[in-house]
Design a protein around this ligand. Structure first.
Ligand code: NAD
Length: 353
């Protein structure tokens, strides 16, 4: 199949009317909040943003959206949330970095309730399309036992041996999306995100992921004058990290590509880096050099994980490509502002928890 040129990529802006209702679940979180802002900036006039957190604790709030505080694991709330929707984006999940998903497996599994009720009511409400945010944690963990493991391609989810709790929830919810299309002809889109980072994400408090955690630790060390950093594991673990703007572009294009209906696809960067390499970069950005202390009994996740982008390049003629060094520098500066703001007594994103 020929790659579509960028001119042929469909988007919400090219397929919907500006007053069609877009619903974003998990809008109080990192990616959902950024997506609501993006749709607003594109001129959509009816955006319903939903999250279970009370409004003052949302990371980003777009005032012009209809912002609702609803627990979407409750079926009646899902019905309310999607009433009149043209498109529904499910970014809601109880999640965090390795420290969270290894420790709170029940909470992670319970997110299955959100997608189960949301997709049913989106379908009943006559929505045109439904997006599900899956994860690279859905992949078979046996394929990720080496720091030099080959990049994961879409077929590597089965035979299934997903991350306990979180990964299995993603696999089951993916299957719901596939069956709503197979049986009921409801158009669903499924993107398997690989670590997303950027400004307006969690940077403290236990749910933060590696890029934010490492930036914060470097910033703390720099401003406290204690030149040490604690690293989870031995630092050899490898990952790829996708900048938030790439994630938002990918969501829009995947959602509106007919050939991708009900088809899980990687949405991640293929620029591999070790955790030690990430610390090197953060030190360079912060202009410091720190003594490394390795906490070998801390959660470290799989040994190596990267995104094989063959399929997305074929389907969209594109892959996430913001250089990690560039995205991390922007993120570092934003976290430093938050850190210094908090020291000066201002409320920050992580105080939301
Ligand atoms: P996040 O934690 O910042 O946002 C998730 C939001 O969902 C939170 O604000 C939370 O309050 C909300 N939520 C949880 N349970 C809810 C419920 N019952 N009802 C309503 N809202 C509820 O996470 P994020 O980084 O924005 O991730 C968004 C989605 O992308 C999630 O599905 C996540 O699993 C997936 N994902 C994220 C990454 C990443 O690196 N950030 C990687 C892979 C997959």
């Amino acid at each position: 199949m020929k790659s579509p040129s960028s001119a042929k990529r469909s988007t919400a802006a090219s397929t919907l009317h500006k007053d069609d209702l877009i619903v974003v679940a998990g809008a109080g979180g990192f990616i959902g909040g950024a997506l609501v802002r993006r749709f607003h900036e594109q001129g959509f006039t009816r955006i319903r943003a939903v999250d279970k957190k009370p409004l003052p604790r949302w990371y980003q709030r777009t005032r012009e959206a209809e912002n609702l505080c609803l627990d979407l694991s409750d079926e009646a709330n899902c019905k309310k949330a999607v009433e009149g929707a043209a498109e529904v984006y499910n970014l809601a999940a109880d999640m965090g970095g390795m420290g969270f998903i290894e420790r709170f497996r029940v909470e992670c599994l319970r997110s299955v309730l959100i997608n189960t009720h949301l997709i049913e009511h989106a379908w009943r409400a006559g929505a045109q399309r439904f997006f599900f945010s899956s994860s690279a944690c859905a992949y078979n963990t046996k394929l990720q036992e080496d720091t030099r493991s080959r990049a994961l391609k879409e077929s590597d989810a089965y035979p299934a041996f997903a991350e306990r709790g979180y990964g299995w929830e993603k696999l089951l919810s993916e299957m719901f999306c596939q069956e709503y299309w197979a049986e009921r002809k409801f158009k669903t889109a499924i993107a398997r995100f690989h670590n997303v980072y950027g400004p307006w994400g969690t940077w403290d408090g236990g749910r933060e992921k590696a890029p934010a955690a490492i930036c914060r630790k470097v910033i703390e060390a720099k401003h406290s004058g204690k030149p040490e950093i604690e690293i989870w594991g031995d630092g050899s673990q490898t990952r790829s990290f996708m900048y938030i703007d790439d994630c938002l572009d990918g969501i829009d294009w995947i959602m509106h590509r007919e050939a991708l209906i009900a088809t899980p696809i990687n949405l991640g960067s293929s620029e591999l880096i070790s955790i030690n390499g990430l610390v090197d970069l953060a030190e360079e950005i912060g202009g410091v050099k720190l003594k490394r202390k390795y906490k070998l009994d801390a959660p470290r996740g799989v040994a190596g994980r990267n995104s094989d982008n063959t399929f997305i390049k074929k389907m969209l003629g594109w892959e996430p490509s913001t250089p990690f060094r560039k995205g991390l520098a922007t993120t570092y500066r934003w976290i430093e502002e938050q850190y210094l703001g908090r020291k000066a007594g201002k409320a920050t994103v992580s105080d939301a928890f």
